[in-house]
Design a binder for this molecule. Sequence first.
Ligand code: NAD
Length: 454
Amino acid sequence: MKVSVFGAGYVGLVTAACLAERGHKVVCVDVDPSKVERIQAGETPFFEPGLADLVRKGQSQGRFEATTSAGKALEGSEVSVIAVGTPDRNGAIDLRYVLEVARTLGDFLGEAAGFHTVIISSTVIPGTTVGPVLDVLEGRSGKRGGEDFGLGTNPEFLREGTAVQDFLVPDRMVLGALGPRTAEVMQAVYHAFDCPKLVVHPTEAECIKYTANALLSTLISFSNEIFSLCEELPGVSGRRVLEGALADRRWTPLVDGKLLQTGIQSYVMGGVGYGGSCFPKDMNAITAMAHERGWRVPLLDAVVAVNRARPRAIIARLKQEAGGLKDRKVAVLGLAFKPGTDDWRNSPSQPLVEALLEENAQVVAWDPLVGPESVAEWRGLVGLVRSAGEVLDGAFAALIATAWPEIAEWPWKDLTPRMAQPLIYDGRNVLTEISWASNVRYIAAGAGSNYGAA
Ligand SMILES: NC(=O)c1ccc[n+]([C@@H]2O[C@H](COP(=O)([O-])OP(=O)(O)OC[C@H]3O[C@@H](n4cnc5c(N)ncnc54)[C@H](O)[C@@H]3O)[C@@H](O)[C@H]2O)c1
C-alpha cells in the first residue's frame, strides 16, 4: 500500500520507517525542512537505536522517502497516518497540529477518487477522532467518514530508546475504526505485524492510550509515595520494600521456582518522578479534560501532585544533607528522561535543576547524549560536560537523575576523592551494590540517611 505519514518526530519517523520495512511504500512529510533534509541524507534528526539503518534501507529499496510537500506525499496514497505533536498548552492538550493536518487531508479527500483512510497515531483526548477531526474532514471534503473515506485511531505505545523494536514487534495493536470498511483497511495496513489486534471504537482506542499511561504514572507516583514514607523509617530501603511487595506472583510470575523479572519491577520503581514527552502531558490532558467537564478524578489529580512534589522534596533533602547548596557546585548526572535517548523534554532533571538554581547552587550536568540545547534555556547558569571527572571535580554533591548504565561503571573509588564533599544522592538506585569508603555519604532514594550504616 502507499502510505503517507505526517510528522517526522519520534512516532512519525519510526512509523514511516517501520511500515516501509514491512513492505509498504511510505512517504514521510514534515513541515520542518531541516528535519527533512537530514532524513533525505540518511540521518535521523534525533537519536533512536536502529532507526537510521532502517531509514537508509527503505531509501535504498525505494520504499521510503521524506518530503516537506504534503501534496507530493499524498499523490496516489491510500492511507494517511497523522503522527504530529499534541503538546501541552497551559496544562491542557493542544490539537492545533492535528487539526492543521486534518484540514490538508480534508481538502485532499474532497478531490480523491478512491477510498482513502486517515489514521491518527498522535495521542489525542477521547472524542477527538470522531469529534473535531471528523468535523474538519467531512466539512472540507463534503464526504462522509466511514462511508466515503476511512477514519481510525491507532494509538502508539512505543518507548523511546527501543522504539524500532517496539514498533516492529508490538505487544498489541489497538485499531479504533469508524465502521467496518475502515477496520478492513487498518487490518491490511498492519497485517504484517504479528500480535493481538484489538478492534474497537476510535474513542475507546483514545481511552486505552490514556489509561495505559495513567496506569503507569499512577504506579510510579505510588512508588514515590512509598519511597517518601520509607525515607522517614530508620533501617528501611524503599527499593527493597517495593521489590518485596512486587515479588507477589500476580506481578512477578514464578517460573521454575524463580521470580521472572518482566521489567515492570524496575519500570515502576520509585525515584525522581516520571517525566518525558508523554506521561506529564498526557496526565495533564486527561485531568484537564475531566476538570473542564466537571468530572471528578481525585486519584489522577493526586498522581500528578505527587509527581510534581517529588523533585522539590529531593532537593530539600540534598540541601539538608549537604549543609547548604548556595554557591556550591552540584553535579547532576543525567538530563535525558531515561537512558537510551537524547530526549530531555519534560525530563525530571528539569525541575531538579530548577530547584537547585533556586538554591543558588552552581549546577554542572553530565549526559552522554543530550545536546547543549537542553541547558540553553538556563542561559549559561548550567554547564554541560561529557566526562565523569569534569562533572565531579570539586562538587559538593552529586545527584543521579537518569539511570544511565555507564554511571554504575565509573571508577567511583577514584572519583569521590576529587569531590569537595563526597555526597552522592542516587535518585535512581543504580549504585546500591558499591561498597563505599567510610568518608563517602551515599544516599539512595527511598532510604533514610543512615541506611546501611553499621
Ligand atoms: N515520543 C513518544 O515516545 C511517543 C509515544 C507514543 C505516542 N506519542 C504521541 O505521538 C505524537 C507525536 O509525538 P512525537 O514525540 O513524535 O512528537 P515530535 O515533537 O517528536 O514530532 C512531531 C513532528 O510533527 C511535525 N509537524 C508539525 N506540524 C506538522 C504538519 N502540519 N505536517 C507535518 N508535520 C508536522 C513537527 O515538525 C515534528 O517534527 C504525540 O501526540 C505524542 O503524544 C509519542
